[in-house]
Design a protein around this ligand. Structure first.
Ligand code: GLC
Ligand code: CA
Length: 563
């Protein structure tokens, strides 16, 4: 297996608008990020991924870009970016940009021109079609509710938007679009950035002829994923981007690709493919949703056997063939401690256990801001406190279908993307130390208990535990490159796996629930020599690892054994 820096790294994801506000306007900014570089260095991470910081009218918090080569005015100026990059590099930290290549803002000059007239030279930068039978050109449903088509009276045609109507999809069939995108990516590379997360990259190609999806329930719209996701053409486009631009730089890349399993992922990340280094997969994020129907909002309980199955297959299929991106959270997902752990009685224990799971897997671990202090979901009473376009569209949609408001709100409290977007909790000062002004979205009221300042003081905090996990990765190669093997695959409460590299064998024991189950380890493990590397409970001496042990609620332990 090729050894490279991005396999050995830990990535920290920043959602800039909620990270730290330095000028009192209630929104985080680039200077806020620069001010916290020492904090991140001390945590031990290597790479910072920032969600989009480009000029944007902010209908989808920066994922609607109106100028790729300018900084969002709320976040600062290009000088602030240059300084951030320089200060990060001075500390040995790398900066990864989030690039939105699938669509722009409807305020991007290209789109303003494109919609002006049918013969405008920029018309074909986007996807325009005539309506059919007095309705939209096909029945595809947007990620953010409703049809993907928006009617534009000026030219009597519809344009396609997989996300909100303020995010028209670019037409990658047009070579001029491809050239503009390549030039823009190269422009950021020349500035010295160290990598990219390619947003919604699975969708840049659409099925030829834009056919309607199958419509079993005769609903007006259909989530026709397979017609706009992971098509062969996406690989051709990525391969060209790689050959012409990315290949010439020592960077790391990760693509957001929903809807694929590990075999399909190899066509993105296979070591000889020349496309991407990693992808974000979604299979483990869908374990608490009923498949099909209204997707993520259709909540069901998750179970450990399914998690084992999903993760084990990614670990096994990608081993020596590609590379995993491991995560529990990002700006689109609920807080993991509320979703997969226990955010009440065992918040600290379960947050540490979940962290252990991700950081001991093969692949690059991603930490989402606030995860390192165990931040929890938010439960706003009123829909008026939510800001996310996806959430608000869902609410409107459901209300218009007559679903009782409280039913809608319950789902929103579980699944809204705003769960992860409330301001970072720095201290127990006013507004969690995030801003001197009024935050753009309310702070989680638990900030007086959950905040960085307190966590730094407490040697047993989740934060210190993360530091230790990250430090271990730098010490033991087996954590980075070891081969994964699942043990006790049928156990419904305990997740046990090993990682093996030469004569080192890492044993990872995780109790995923609040009971105290007994664990009997398989005979073939060599328990003669064992060293406890980390645990979220005090464990007395080496003798504590016997063939059979009883685990505490949410207990996690990692041992170094001999293979
Ligand atoms: C990705 C982003 C999400 C955004 C969407 C549209 O899924 O992670 O935040 O809304 O793309 O750009
Ligand atoms: Ca600000």
């Amino acid at each position: 297996m090729n050894k490279t820096w991005w396999k050995e790294s830990v990535v920290y994801q920043i959602y800039p608008i909620s990270f730290l506000d330095t000028n009192g306007d209630g929104m985080g900014d680039l200077r806020g990020i620069t001010a916290k570089l020492d904090y991140l260095k001390d945590l031990g991470v290597d790479v910072i991924w920032m969600c989009p910081i480009n000029q944007s009218p902010n209908h989808d918090n920066g994922y609607d870009i109106s100028d790729y080569q300018a900084i969002m005015k709320e976040f600062g100026m290009m000088d602030d970016f240059d300084q951030l990059l320089q200060e990060a590099h001075a500390r040995g930290l790398k900066i990864m940009m989030d690039l939105v290549l699938n669509h722009t803002s409807d305020e991007h000059p290209w789109f303003i021109e494109s919609r002006a007239s049918k013969d405008n030279p920029k018309r074909d930068f986007y996807i325009w079609r005539q309506g059919k039978n007095g309705g939209p050109p096909n029945n595809w449903e947007s990620y953010f509710s409703g049809s993907v088509w928006e009617y534009d009276a000026a030219t009597d045609e519809y344009y396609l938007h997989l996300y909100s109507k303020h995010q028209p999809d670019l037409n990658w069939e047009n070579p001029n679009v491809v050239n503009c995108m390549h030039e823009m990516v190269e422009w950021w590379l020349k500035k010295g950035v160290d990598g990219f997360r390619f947003d919604a990259i699975a969708h840049i190609a659409k099925a030829v002829g834009l056919p309607s999806g199958e419509n079993p329930n005769s609903l007006p719209t259909v989530r026709a994923y397979e017609l706009f996701s992971n098509l062969d053409k996406v690989h051709t486009l990525l391969n060209n981007l790689y050959k012409e631009v990315l290949f010439h730089y020592d960077i790391m890349t990760v693509g957001e690709t929903s809807g694929i399993g590990p075999e399909q992922a190899l066509s993105y990340v296979g070591e000889t493919r020349g496309e991407l280094n990693m992808v974000f997969q979604f299979e483990h994020m869908q374990l608490d949703a009923v498949s099909g129907g209204s997707g993520k909002w259709n909540v069901r309980p998750w179970n450990l056997l399914e998690l084992k199955k999903v993760i084990s297959s990614w670990q096994t299929v990608l081993h020596e063939q590609g590379w995993n991106a491991n995560y529990w959270c990002n700006h689109d997902q609920p807080r993991p401690v509320s979703r997969f752990g226990d955010d009440q009685k065992y918040r600290v224990e379960s947050a540490k256990m979940l962290a252990t799971f991700i950081h001991m897997l093969e692949g690059t671990p991603y930490i989402y801001q606030g995860e390192e202090i165990g931040m929890t979901n938010i439960a706003f009473q009123s829909v008026d406190d939510y800001r996310d376009v996806e959430t608000l569209n869902f609410y409107k949609d459901q209300m218009s279908e007559g679903v009782p408001e409280e039913t809608i709100m319950q789902v929103i409290r579980k699944k809204s993307r705003d769960n992860a977007r409330t301001p970072m909790q720095w201290s127990n000062n006013k507004e969690a130390g995030f801003t001197q002004g009024k935050p753009w979205i309310k702070v989680n009221s638990n900030y007086n208990v959950i905040n960085v300042e307190d966590a730094l003081q407490d040697p047993d905090s989740i934060l210190h535990y993360y530091k230790n996990l990250i430090a271990l990765r730098k010490e033991h190669e087996v954590i980075v490159y070891g081969k994964y093997e699942l043990l006790l695959s049928e156990d419904r409460e305990i997740y046990v796996y090993t990682r093996t590299l030469e004569d080192a064998c890492l044993l990872v024991i995780l109790n995923f629930f609040g009971k105290e189950p007994e664990l009997t380890l398989p005979q073939h493990l060599n328990l003669d020599s064992k060293e406890l590397l980390i645990s979220n409970y005090p464990v007395n001496g080496e003798d504590d690892l016997c063939q059979t042990i009883r685990l505490c609620p949410y207990e996690s332990r990692v041992y170094m054994l001999k293979a």
